[in-house]
Write a protein that binds this ligand. Sequence first.
Ligand SMILES: [Zn+2]
Length: 531
Amino acid sequence: MAPERLYLFDTTLRDGAQTNGVDFTLGDKLAIAKMLDDLGIDYVEGGYPGANPTDTQLFAENRNLGATFTAFGMTRRPGRSTSNDPGLAALLEAKADAICFVAKSWDYHVRVALETTPEENLASIRDSVGAAVAKGREVLLDCEHFFDGYKANPQFALACAKAAYDEGARWIVLCDTNGGALPHEVETVVGEVIKLIPGDHVGIHAHNDTEQAVANSLAAVRAGARQIQGTLNGLGERCGNANLVSIIPTLKLKPEFADRFEIGVSDAQLESLAHASHRLDEMLNRAPNRHAPYVGESAFATKAGIHASAIVKDPATYEHVPPGRVGNRRKLLVSDQAGKSNVLAELERIGLKIDKDDARIMQLLDVVKEREAIGYAYEAADASFELLARRVLGKVPNYFDVEKFDVNVEQRDNAVGQRVTVSLAVVKVKVDGETLISAAEGNGPVNALDLALRKDLGKYQGYINGLELTDYRVRILNGGTEAVTRVLIESRDESGERWTTVGVSPNIIDASFQALMDSIVYKLVRSGAPA
Ligand SMILES: [Zn+2]
């Protein structure tokens, strides 16, 4: 029997953006959309065009994604026509492959929140879905509070879902908006819905308020739903949304689902899951959850002793799935083999050819381990890893030396009596036997240092003119005896290529300096600058 297709719908950029403390820039959104696309997600919900400048701009960009890029917004407001609703117009005009409407499906909300009648709510669903279908868009309807609504008034909840389906919506998505539903309830209710609407048109959108969003999503699939909505790392307001990072491997690796269904995520894409999860955390400047299922650093970590020796005999003794399938690794005191294959995979990814038995691989692995132990994060800093690898393999020219640098921060009154803080950096560089001294003022010490460093690099200046610092993130790590600072710097060049470098030191300027240096050297290597 051919497997049935399950569709994955990611709402990290829309519902996930509601997470406390999360604020995506346009650049973040484009990078995350690309990451989701690379992972094999079917639908990427970008946001709410017309609601804020970032989302409006996002939907004006050409994104070139394989995934169905989806705009989110409300159905027409009560008492208005579709042609006289600016919110709806912005949604219909957005450069999106699909439109996901949200509508009430709980009669209590229709009365209290919308202050309108059940009939007008149904008419709004029909009109809005109809208008988007007429525009040639694929249409989804998020039935807000569907499970609570169903418990209160099943006829009305079902009527809302059916109205959208009859009007041509591709997907009717049942939302557990308050996140309070339990798996057996979800299974029962979805079972009722698919008596009216075929399951391959039904989706589930679960929130995690009882920590069962993943279980609820799987229960919906068991009952017949064929689209799952969720976010990376379970981002979302309150307790978050269903975590796709847990759902994806469960669908791919657990026979109950893997034997019956297929998803858009290939085996190779599954192996990039841990990396994607950690990369998102780094973008948000959050420490990855060590205990996250499948992808957490501790998910396959076993302490020495009886478990570890059994694992060495046969990993299946204490592992529910092989960690490599999701790009994670087994952690034992004797885990060099796992580490080695990881490093080999990374070298292959960046195009460095090396024999798998070359002794320098173990040497590189030792250096990576040592440095990660003191705070370096190479998973987040691809460019610093590449430089480290190239250095161990003996392939990075010594382009220039920084003989000394000096950074001054001064607070004083300016000419018009305002209190100002001024940073000044002076850098002394030796290029090709020639000493060059540059000074620059900046809006902070790191900015001044960056500007001074890139001001005059002699014969290399032409290679770095287009270099630009696009993001700067600092985290204080409380490792061993003293706190250290980790700095991650994201850079880009004139071609739009982006890379991230890392520096670690008890001193924030020193950590920043390391990351800045790596960024410049990486650019010179990539540009093929002569030694
Ligand atoms: Zn939601």
